[in-house]
Each structure stands twice: as C-alpha cells, then as structure tokens.
Design a protein around this ligand. Structure first.
Ligand code: ADP
Ligand code: MG
Length: 615
C-alpha cells in the first residue's frame, strides 16, 4: 500500500476557502464596502456591471495602503486589525479575519490601486488565481480603488450557480443598504451598468433611512434612544401605521454590524403588541451597542446570526426601549388624514399613546367609528378579534361528527365537499346573506355554508391565473391615461424581473429608465385607475412569499396577484355578486381552500345542528 495523503496546492486550498467567504457577488460587495469603512473613508463609491458578475468596483477616500501592505493584503490571514487573541474581544472594525481579499483574489481577477496621504505615489497590483501578475507605481488620489472582475471565472461550477442578474442585483442592493444604513455619516453612491441608483450624502440616520427606504417613512418614524452602562439602543421604529405585510424593512445592527435575530425581532414585535394587526411587520432600524466582549465575534463573518453573552437582558431592554419610544408619540398622526380638525383637537387623541390611553381612546365612539371606516389604521385588540372564532374552532374540535372541519383539510387532499362530487346540493333561488361585510351565508338543501368572501375570491382568481400562465393569456385593457410610477431601487430590480410574467397575466408595463415605469394597461377585469397602488402592493405581497423557496417565481406571482385582486373583508356585496362568487367558487378544482391552504368556507349540516340543539 502506498500513502495517500497529499497537501492541496495553495491555489486550490484558497479556492475552497474562498467558497465560504464569497458565495455570490453580494458577498464581495459587503467585504469591499466594509474594508472601505474600516479604512475611515468618508465617501465610498460602488460600481457594478452585470449584477457584479463582470465587475464590482469600490472606490474609497480612506487611509490607503503602503506598497508592502498592498501586496500583503492578498495573503490569507493577513489583517491589520488584530494582533493577539485578546484583540478579538475589543474588536470595533467590520473585518478582522484577513480572509476577504485573499478569497476574492482566488476566484476573480483583481486590480488594486491604493495610496496613502503621506506618500507621493500609489501602488498598482494585479492578482489572478491568487498570483500577483503585475505590481507598479501609479498616480491616484488618496485612498483605495479596487476592481474585481469576472467573478468565478476559474470556478465554472460556481459561476453557473449564480442567479439571474435581477436576483443577484437585489442581493447587492440589500448589502449596500445595510452598510449605508449603519454609517449615515459616510457618503455613498451606487452605480449599476452606468446608471446611478443611489447617491447618499452624509447626514443623519433619519435622512439616510428616508433616502434608502423611501419617503413614506419621512414623518412616520419614532426615535428610540436608551442608554445604560451595559448597552445603548438607538435608532428608529416605524409608527404602527407603517406596518406592512412583509418583514422587508427590519434592521438590527450590533456594534454597527447587520445581524438577523428572530429572538430580538420577537422583542420588538412584542412592544408593538395590540398596536398593529397580527401578521403585519413594523419597520425598524435599531442599533444595539455594547462592549464587544459581550458578543461572540467568532461566529463566521458571512453568517448574520450572533451570540450574546446574555440574550435575555438584551431582549428585555430592547422591548422596553421600543415600548417607551412608542408611548412617547401621540396617536394623532395615525389618525390625521381622515379626521377633521375638531376631532383632532380632542384630548383623547392628542395625548401620548399609553396603554391606559389606548384602552380609554379605543372605547370612545369617535374612535370606534373611525376605525371601522378605516381598517388600515385599526389599532386592534388582538384577543377580541379572534376570540369568537377560536371558540367555534374549539367547539368543532370536540365534535368531530358531521362537520367539514377545515383544519383537517390540506392542499393535497381532494375536496370532499364539492357540489359536483357529493355532499350538498344548492336549492333553487337561494338567497345569500352577507354577514359583517365579510362572510356569506348560503343555504343548501341540508345545510348552510359560511363562506369567507376574500378567501373564496382568492381561490377563484388563483385558478384563473394559473390557467392563464399555462396558455390562455389574460386580456389587457389599455389605460386611457397611462400612469407613471416611480419605485425604490430594489423594487425596480424586482419589477423588471417579473415583467414577462406580468405581461401574460394582463399587465402591460414598460420600463422608462431609472426607477420609472409606465403602466399602459391592466387586466380587463381589474378595476382601473389605481395602478400605482396595485403595483406597489403586488410587489409587497410578492416579497412576502419571496422567502418561501419552495415556490417558483411564477407561483409566487400568481399567489400575490390572487391575494391582491381579491375582494377584501369590509366590502359590501350585492346579492348578485354573492351568487356569482359562490358559483365561481364551486367551479374551482379545489373550492375548499385558499392557495395557502386556509379554509374558504365551512359547512354546517342540518343533522349535526339538530343533534347539538337537542342537547
Ligand atoms: P480584514 O478586513 O479582515 O482585515 P481583508 O482581507 O478584508 O481582511 O483585508 C486585509 C487587509 O487589507 C486589511 O486588514 C487592511 O489592512 C487592508 N485593506 C483592505 N482593504 C482596504 C482599503 N479599502 N483601504 C485600506 N486598507 C485596506
Ligand atoms: Mg475586510
């Protein structure tokens, strides 16, 4: 037997290691931006070609590197940021492992130009496959200008794993947004394929949030600020009215590093309890600063999870800080669009929003009248809403006879209660009744059905759209007045990605350059005139599904549209509308569930009701 173990050649070892740090163009963007931040730059430019697949360039006006350092920087474990193990526990820089440049140089063609203020000339270095090909003096302004070209040019398998340009660009915009949010004092710009997507002047955090996340937040941010010896919390959370159906705009930074933490998110959600509808997500950009010794920095740099020495303290503190902040602001702004001036003067509406105030305010007739009219602003008592329903569910659970319990149905089961198959038959001249502007009661021969109007409509639209994508394209109605809409940079990328499918589904949208689109037409049976809202809420809804990898892009789009076009609770329906809805529902292949698997209706059978009422 001969020995089998060989040492891997350096360039292969480097490529393997690089796979951990550089997974996609966005990971390189993050590393290069962080290096520029660590170099104390005050202006950082990011230039992208081809979603980073052909070029990622970062130009900063930071400290620059000496000739020797420039060359050293590409060595694995070459860092200026720590020297001893002890340093690890005081680390304040974004990087410290000395792996990023080595990794990038292993999987791309890199050109580095860098100059320190104290030197006359700078250094130019070209690296490819971890090998320095060229090194020479060069003239340039103080700072560093690094270009990384043709990512994964030497690892075709990885290159072929990259997603569409739109998808990779979205990741890049996400990383850029995270870094730009955590350093509002630094000016940033982002240019992609020659078009400037962001130009962010140095400013306050609030200005930065508005520039990056949208003007909507301008007057709807609540400042959070609590300081103790142990930790500081600062930043902004959105007023309850900004809560969305997606968790998109939620950012935690620990010592300025973006992290994801379901645990801390829970703390914030808890602080909002009873102020926002369930399953909606408030916006927040929160900075937690604490002694680095309290944080486990050894967690891998590309991982966004983090370990704290004492999580529970942070949870409690964060929750209190957000609660406190929310209690400070008056609820007036939540109400002010629709309430007239005399109502706004009322003390119950002017006062700060505390728990007691909420209770007191919520019971006044003005508040009730208002909230019923304006669902979006409804500050809900989470228990009261579902209590009734839950009661019914418990009731069914304990009586498993004769009832179609929607809880036990799932998507794969064929509906057992379809008039075409078995179960019930509709009686002639049925008169449906609407309840609470949300449910339809429909008598059948031997039972009655309680139909949820939105759930039913969602199912109907879902099946129609599914058919459309499988051949029958949906007719487009040209708008008389094409509407121009302007989107955020990340939504622009997303919409461009979805455009071909939207076309099939009856939307005619044209890109007009730089975040602007013109809606030329929409599906013939969708209400005209509010395309802006329609598109925005579509994107919002789509992002809601985006984390769900199990669905294709098209499936997500169809689900989003079905939800978005469906009639919502609160809409009064005519008798004819109710009948049509019921008829259409029972023509569906799976009438009993929504695309998400929620029930569309319940059946109450006569036999069963008789049993119950006879005791
Ligand atoms: P790390 O950031 O973990 O130290 P990197 O591989 O990202 O490792 O960078 C290696 C070293 O190169 C850094 O420690 C720093 O000294 C230097 N460096 C990298 N980028 C820059 C830059 N933009 N400006 C100045 N120095 C830089
Ligand atoms: Mg680094």
């Amino acid at each position: 037997m001969t020995d089998k173990i060989l040492l891997l050649p350096d360039h292969i070892a480097n490529q393997i290691a690089a796979g951990e740090v550089i997974q996609r163009p966005a990971s390189a963007v993050k590393e290069l931006l962080e290096n520029a931040v660590d170099a104390n730059a005050t202006f950082i430019q990011l230039i992208i070609q081809d979603a980073g697949k052909s070029l990622i360039q970062v130009i900063d006006n930071g400290s620059g590197m000496s000739e020797t350092d420039a060359r050293m920087s590409f060595e694995r474990h070459a860092t200026s940021k720590i020297q001893t193990i002890e340093d690890l526990f005081h680390i304040r820089t974004m990087g410290f492992r000395g792996e990023a440049l080595a990794s990038i140089a292993a999987v791309a063609q890199v050109e580095l130009k860098t100059k320190r203020a104290e030197e006359e000339t700078g250094t130019y270095i070209e690296v490819e496959n971890s090998v320095v090909n060229k090194q020479e003096p060069v003239a340039l302004p103080n700072g560093t200008n690094i270009s990384m070209k043709n990512l994964f040019f030497n690892v075709p398998a990885r290159r072929s794993f990259l997603k569409s340009n739109a998808a990779e660009m979205r990741h890049i915009v996400d990383e850029f947004t995270r870094v730009a949010l955590s350093f509002p004092q630094i000016a940033f710009s982002l240019t992609a394929n020659g078009q400037q997507i962001f130009h962010l002047d140095s400013g306050t955090l609030k200005q930065r949030i508005v520039q990056l996340l949208g003007n909507n937040y301008n007057s709807r941010l609540v400042s959070v600020k609590e300081e103790t010896d142990y930790m500081n919390i600062s930043g902004f959370t959105g007023k309850p009215e900004t809560a969305k159906k997606t968790r998109g705009d939620q950012y935690f930074f620990v010592n300025n590093r973006f992290i994801k933490s379901p645990y801390l998110n829970h703390a914030v959600m808890n602080a909002y309890q009873e102020m926002i509808p369930r399953d909606s997500f408030p916006m927040y950009v929160l900075f937690i600063d604490l002694d680095p010794a309290q944080v486990d920095v050894n967690v891998h740099p590309t991982k966004q999870e983090i370990k704290f020495e004492d999580e529970k303290i942070i949870y409690a503190f964060l929750q209190a800080a957000v609660k406190h902040a929310l209690a400070q602001f008056s609820i007036t702004p939540t109400l002010d669009f629709d309430l007239d001036a005399s109502i706004q003067q009322l003390p119950s509406i002017q006062q700060p929003f505390t728990k007691q105030k909420e209770d007191a305010t919520a019971s006044t007739p003005i508040f009730k009248g208002f909230t019923q009219k304006n669902q979006a602003h409804f500050i809900e008592k989470s228990d009261s809403k579902t209590a009734g329903l839950k009661h019914w569910k418990d009731f069914f659970e304990s009586q498993k006879t004769g009832i179609a319990n929607p809880e036990t149905l799932n998507q794969t089961e064929k509906p057992s209660i379809n008039p075409r198959h078995q179960g019930f038959a509709f009686i002639d001249d049925i008169v449906p009744t609407q309840l609470l502007n949300t449910y339809i009661i429909l008598p059948t021969e031997n039972s009655f059905l309680l139909i949820h109007q939105q759930a039913a409509h969602e199912r109907i639209i879902y099946e129609r759209l599914s058919e459309a994508t499988m051949g029958k394209a949906i007719a487009t109605q040209r708008s008389m007045f094409p509407l121009t809409i302007e989107l955020s940079a990340s939504d622009t990328v997303l919409l461009e990605d979805l455009m071909p499918d939207l076309q099939n589904l009856g939307y005619s949208i044209e890109s007009f350059g730089k975040n602007t689109f013109v809606v030329q037409g929409s599906p013939a049976d969708v209400e005209q005139g509010n395309e802006k809202r329609v598109i925005e809420s579509l994107l919002e809804q789509y992002k809601n599904f985006s984390s769900d990898m199990k669905f294709s892009k098209r499936e997500k789009l169809i689900r989003s549209l079905a939800w978005q076009q469906s009639i919502k609770p609160g809409k009064t329906l005519t008798e004819k509308e109710m009948k049509t809805l019921a008829e259409e529902l029972f023509k569906c292949d799976a009438p009993n569930i929504t695309p998400n698997g929620n029930p569309t209706y319940m059946e109450f059978k006569k036999d069963y009701l008789e049993k119950v009422f006879k005791g």
